[in-house]
Design a protein around this ligand. Structure first.
Ligand code: UD1
Length: 437
């Protein structure tokens, strides 16, 4: 297994560049299955999740060609003979469940494994299933699989209300609805930029969708979609992560430039909260400049669906709060139990208490490097961030979580002055007694 070794207390300096979005690339890949022929996606990040989803798609019959250097990915979905997504693949990545909508839309039937749990507790897919039923699918659950079929080889369409609002269910239902025989309505739909960018690509393919970016989506099914070339959007969570790293780990007064992000995708709440900390941030076309003040102020946040504060940035915000001169809270209203990073951050000396879905962070505690375990993607990056400001050496274990969603993270940070490198290690090795005592 790999780990990152970070040596703290060297300032982040210079610039960082944002890669293509993981959470938009995956639904775009699913969308290509709705057109019989070759489609290409550009600005695709070279990530483990993209490679996993490529395997899921290939399993059904289409070919997937990836050029990681050019950041392009082509899917030839001329033939799709096996409308199945097996457990061995879906268990690695929940977004594989997008195959349900894509396969139902393309083939009128699908056998897709249930994704199972995730690192921060249960993440149900009940809305995806209820929505497909509302659109006319017959669904049975058997031996861990969703078996979906349509009475006459295609979905009728229908109306479904998402409660709570769900990014994944909105995407899955759109995939199923765009080639249904009739019209469909998705109420309380997600408005995340990832959903909007994906919906726009479907429109370019010929789908008839009204209301993208609003809570009500109306779809009129069409017979077939066209192939095409689509540009993936920049990763807004990577942009937010880099902004928070710059605000905490750079030299006060020295601007850090972050290139190629789309700042509108951060949402207004994130920007307001960041401004309240005293960080000096300017947002331009394709460039965000962050200047760290001498002292950050503590600012509490609460996660919420877009345009609210993204849950995928709360662990990084927690680390920022550790560098302030007071106490503030992080409340996650999307997930009740997304605080697995807290005990790991405590190992580095952070003062945090968790009560229910709220973490209270007492800023100003000195951080000292330690071994810490990534438990998921965003938890992992929060540990790297803490290691960057801690004194001494931090080993961030289980880097495979980070490889799922941050492209070339260590290279990007090294280019920006951070001492970080990757090492192989044996997770089951006996402790070295000399250093352990
Ligand atoms: C997506 C993102 C993930 C992000 C999350 C919330 C991708 C690949 N992943 O995940 O990074 O953290 O949005 O912004 O884009 N829910 C149900 N039943 C369902 C589906 C969801 O109760 O059938 C609940 C979830 O438990 C959660 C809430 O709805 O409390 C929102 O989850 P959802 O938006 O679906 O998250 P994902 O699409 O899985």
């Amino acid at each position: 297994m790999d780990k990152f070794v970070v040596r703290g207390n060297t300032a982040l300096d210079g610039s960082l560049t944002v890669s293509g979005s993981k959470n938009t690339a995956l639904p775009l890949m699913a969308a290509t299955l709705l057109a019989e022929g070759p489609s290409t996606i550009t600005n695709v990040p070279d990530l483990r999740d993209v490679r996993t989803f490529s395997k899921v798609i290939r399993y059904g019959g289409p070919s997937v060609t990836v050029d990681p250097d050019a950041h392009t990915l082509s899917v030839d979905a001329t033939t799709l003979e096996t409308p199945v997504a097996p457990y061995e693949m879906v268990k690695k990545m929940r977004a594989s469940f997008y195959m349900l909508g894509a396969l139902l839309g393309r083939c009128g039937r699908a056998k897709v494994s249930l994704p199972g749990g995730c690192a921060w507790g249960p993440r149900p897919v009940d809305l995806h299933i209820k929505g497909m039923r509302a659109f006319g699918a017959d669904i049975e659950l058997d031996e861990g699989y969703v078996h979906a079929s349509t009475p006459d080889g295609g979905l009728e369409g229908g109306t479904f209300r998402l409660d709570p609002v769900s990014v994944g269910a909105t995407i899955n239902l759109l995939l199923a609805a765009v080639t249904a025989r009739g019209g469909s309505k998705i109420e309380n739909a997600a408005t995340e930029p990832d959903v909007v960018a994906f919906g726009r690509a479907l429109q370019e393919m010929g789908a008839q969708i009204d209301g993208l970016g609003t809570r009500t989506l109306e779809v009129q099914g069409v017979d077939r979609l066209n192939t095409g070339t689509f540009r993936n959007t920049p990763d807004r969570i990577e942009l937010g992560t880099f902004i928070l790293m710059a605000a905490t780990a750079s030299e006060p007064g020295t601007p850090i430039r972050i290139h190629e992000g789309t700042h509108e995708h951060l949402g207004p709440v994130f920007k307001q909260k960041l401004a309240q900390t005293g960080a000096d941030v300017s947002y331009g076309d394709d460039i965000v400049t962050v200047t760290r003040p001498d002292q950050l102020r503590p600012v509490s946040i609460e996660t919420a669906p877009f345009p609210g504060f993204a849950t995928d940035l709360q662990a990084q915000w927690t680390v920022l709060l550790g560098t302030t001169d007071g106490t503030a809270t992080v409340t996650d209203t999307i997930y009740d139990d997304r605080f697995k990073h807290v005990p790991e951050l405590q190992r580095l000396g952070m003062k945090i208490e968790v009560d229910g879905n709220t973490a209270t962070v007492h800023g100003g505690a000195p951080l000292k490097g330690a071994k810490a375990m990534s438990t998921d993607l965003r938890a992992g990056v929060s540990l790297v961030m803490a290691g960057m400001i801690a004194e001494g050496r931090t080993d961030v274990l289980r880097v495979y979580h980070l490889d799922r969603g941050y492209e070339a993270l260590e290279q990007k940070l090294r280019d920006a002055g951070i001492s970080i490198h990757r090492e192989e290690y044996d997770e089951f090795a006996e402790p070295d007694l000399e250093t352990a005592t």
